[in-house]
Design a protein around this ligand. Structure first.
Ligand SMILES: [Zn+2]
Ligand SMILES: [Zn+2]
Length: 327
């Protein structure tokens, strides 16, 4: 497939680590272009500095080698895939055929040591798709026909994974949306510091997206930066149409240490809600599950029922806490 057919503006750099056959490089290029419809650029073969290699046990530690590969990412590419003929081990010292840091920019695979070319090619196709898929935040897939399945060696993605990959690749590289998508992936895998940096890049490009501030705030909250989290949530509130939800989140921030402030935010969330009964239910749930405050939870749940809510779980909970007579 030629470059003009690519639907994505994504470019993947292919990095041969040491002496890799022309065919192996070409196969990598073909698979990436065919399955992901993106552009590739082949970098000159590079010798890996010896400190990355464990000569005694004859392998690269995957995480370390990914760091080296990442350092070779050219400016005009969004991802980089290394090819090696050496063995790889994951962070638990288990041998592996390939490796990628989830939602990150670099991946690597080891040319399968099979004698027969068609065996080698078949597993290579699987590894290229699987490891590159991880860089697009694809997770392992339960579908055994899918290349993202951990135990099988399929070389096609299932429709679900393909859809996700297409979605990730359609975003214009370097755009606020792309930054945000990466940040969400990092957040998902609990790389909060990197996610925060990425949310900030997205915000710099699109300073009016309430959602970006809100997610940044949640990431900050996860690393204990409460004050900054609150500031960003406030910014999100200023910019948002979805104020009830944001006031509610704001309330959650205060729930443990400043209960009166939490109440004030919750009251605001209720005041601006289109359908306050659902807000009452959310708040009740927060009190029930987070601070185990039966009295406040009951108050909001009762308000939820009074406004027409009829969730049987809530009725049951109120009855069991003797906050209500059985219906
Ligand atoms: Zn995997
Ligand atoms: Zn799948």
């Amino acid at each position: 497939m030629s470059t003009k057919d690519a639907i994505s503006q994504f470019t993947v750099a292919i990095l041969p680590l040491g002496d890799i056959s022309d065919w192996q490089i070409k196969l990598t290029k073909l698979v990436l272009e065919r399955d992901f419809r993106l552009n590739t650029v082949i970098l000159p073969a590079t010798k890996v500095p010896s400190q990355y290699f464990n000569a005694e046990r004859n392998y690269y530690q995957s995480h370390e080698i990914l760091g080296f590969i990442f350092s070779q990412l050219p400016e005009n590419a969004q991802r980089i895939m290394g090819i090696t003929e050496k063995n790889l081990e994951n962070s638990d010292n288990q041998p592996c055929h390939g490796f990628a840091d989830a939602c990150n920019k670099s991946a690597v695979y080891s040319v399968p040591p099979f004698e027969k070319k068609h065996h080698r090619d078949a597993l290579s196709c699987h590894l290229i798709i699987h490891e590159f898929g991880h860089t697009l935040c694809l997770k392992h897939c339960v579908n055994t026909d899918c290349a993202m399945n951990e135990r099988q060696s399929s070389d096609i993605l299932c429709t679900h994974c393909q859809k996700w990959a297409d979605h990730e690749l359609k975003v214009r590289p370097g755009s606020a949306k792309e930054r945000f998508a990466l940040a969400e992936g990092l957040f998902f895998y609990r790389y909060f510091h990197q996610a925060i940096a990425m949310y900030r890049e997205a915000i710099a490009l699109a300073p009016n997206e309430a959602l970006y501030y809100r997610r940044l705030s949640m990431a900050l909250k996860n690393i204990g930066q409460k004050k900054e989290a609150a500031e960003n949530l406030m910014r999100a509130v200023e910019k948002s149409n979805d104020k009830p939800n944001l006031y509610f989140n704001f309330g959650l921030l205060y729930l443990h240490n400043q209960p009166q402030d939490a109440e004030d935010r919750f009251a605001k969330a209720i005041a601006v809600a289109k359908d306050p009964k659902f807000t009452h239910r959310l708040i009740g749930q927060a009190y029930q599950e987070i601070t185990h405050d039966v009295e406040r939870a009951s108050r909001h749940y009762k308000e939820y029922l009074r406004l027409g809510g009829n969730d049987p779980d809530i009725v049951e909970w109120l009855v069991s806490r003797s906050q209500m007579d059985p219906p």
